[in-house]
Design a protein around this ligand. Structure first.
Ligand code: SF4
Ligand code: SF4
Length: 389
């Protein structure tokens, strides 16, 4: 199949199986990443196996540029493209509740519409309650919570995030079961070998998977970096991903700190430039913008042949959604003591709410699915009796 992206769902699975079986004969790429080493532990590939391998892939593209059978060779081996398609399909197949899986169809458009709708609703609600200009910074009445009460903010965000985490957990649990967990112990693909070591082995595997997920180990390629844009090796994508995630963590810390300032210390916003919430929020927002801009630049300028066009809408939608969260947060900090604070707050809250609501049904789900795949890989290495095959 010259281009798996043109194929139907079953054909994508068939193409992934064809490729993995050929790779298992060739084995040239076994040093590049965990995908090939996990494939080498199998003689046959169930649909669950293939979706597991797809989520183990970090799209570093080492294997595409190394492959002597990549297009235009008649074998047309395109591992990153095929696994990207299958990865996207695995999120859809295991979505909870299942009808929401349809949301992954034309995901970029769906995420964009939901985001704009929620931003519009928040702006309309704030406008409808007649939020006037923010008072001067020194009278304490310019607090965000004067525009949207803290209780309402926490209740709505908490409900949305709680539901999304439940849905994502259910999705990943279904994915986990489909990859081989039977509830009585870990089994190899032949179904005959229980995992050794009990709870302590599982804890060790969890620690190893957590380290692999946080360090994006598989985005390091075979040790020389990824083929971010072309045949040249680079660590830019991995670093930018870390910068973006660090920014997100700082923004979260800023929100928590601001809440503590208000409810524990009794200090009402807006806070001074050098206060902890503002410093954390500014650094976090800036880091997110830098990381997202860099990732977008790589995506826009990289070799499109290993891409899976059907999944690009979801990629761009997530980048856009996070960019809106970061820039609206920075704008809110900049405008916090001006009359524009109320609409800026409404836009930021709408963007954050949209991120929470769409979390299990957009590309953001990839983090949880990938963590599960990394855990399975860590357990498998123990089943195979060696830590680093
Ligand atoms: S991607 Fe190509 S070179 Fe790498 S293992 Fe598969 S067939 Fe061999
Ligand atoms: S992680 Fe990289 S080397 Fe491994 S399968 Fe994916 S694109 Fe290929």
């Amino acid at each position: 199949m010259p281009n798996a992206d043109n194929a139907g769902p079953d054909a994508v699975t068939a193409e992934a199986r064809r490729i993995m079986e050929l790779c298992n004969i060739c084995r040239y790429c076994n040093g590049y990443c965990a995908v090939f080493r996990a494939a080498a532990r199998r003689r046959r590939f169930s649909d669950g196996d293939l979706q597991y391998l797809a989520n183990l892939c970090h799209d570093c593209r080492n294997c595409y540029y190394a492959c002597q059978y990549a297009p235009p060779h008649p074998f047309a081996i395109n591992v990153p493209q095929t696994l990207a398609l299958l990865r996207h399909r695995s999120w859809r197949d295991h979505a909870w509740p299942q009808p929401m899986g349809q949301y992954f169809h034309r995901n970029g458009l769906a995420v964009g519409v939901v985001t704009l709708a929620l931003v519009a609703v928040m702006v309309a609600l704030v406008a409808a309650q007649g939020a006037g200009p923010a008072p001067a910074a020194d009278d304490g009445a310019g607090a965000f919570y004067g525009v949207v009460p803290w209780g309402a903010m926490v209740a709505v965000a908490g409900l949305a995030l709680g539901w999304s985490l439940l849905a994502l957990g259910m999705s990943v649990a279904a994915f986990w079961r489909s990859t081989g967990w039977r509830g009585t112990g870990w089994r190899g693909t032949d179904g005959a070998r229980p995992a050794p070591g009990g709870a302590s082995a599982l804890i060790a595997a969890l620690a190893e998977a957590g380290r692999d997920a946080l360090t994006l180990r598989n985005l390091g390629g075979g040790g020389v970096g990824c083929n971010d844009r072309d045949e040249g090796f680079s660590t830019a994508r991995r670093r930018l991903h870390h910068v973006m995630l660090a920014g997100l963590a700082l923004c979260l810390a800023s929100t928590v700190t601001a809440s503590a300032y208000d409810h524990v210390l009794g200090l009402v916003a807006p806070y001074p430039l050098l206060s902890l919430p503002v410093v954390l929020g500014t650094l976090g927002g800036a880091a997110m913008v830098v990381g997202l801009a860099g990732l977008a630049w790589i995506k826009a300028t990289r070799d499109p042949v290993p891409d899976a066009p059907a999944t690009l809408g979801a990629d761009w939608a997530l980048l856009g959604q996070l960019f809106l969260v970061a820039t609206s947060g920075l704008a809110l900090l900049a405008l916090r003591a001006t009359p524009a604070m109320a609409p800026a707050l409404a836009i930021h809250l709408g963007a954050v709410l949209a991120l929470f609501v769409t979390l299990p049904y957009c590309k953001l789900a990839h983090g949880a699915f990938r963590a599960a795949a990394l855990l399975r890989a860590a357990v498998e290495r123990r089943v195979a009796g060696r830590l680093k095959p």
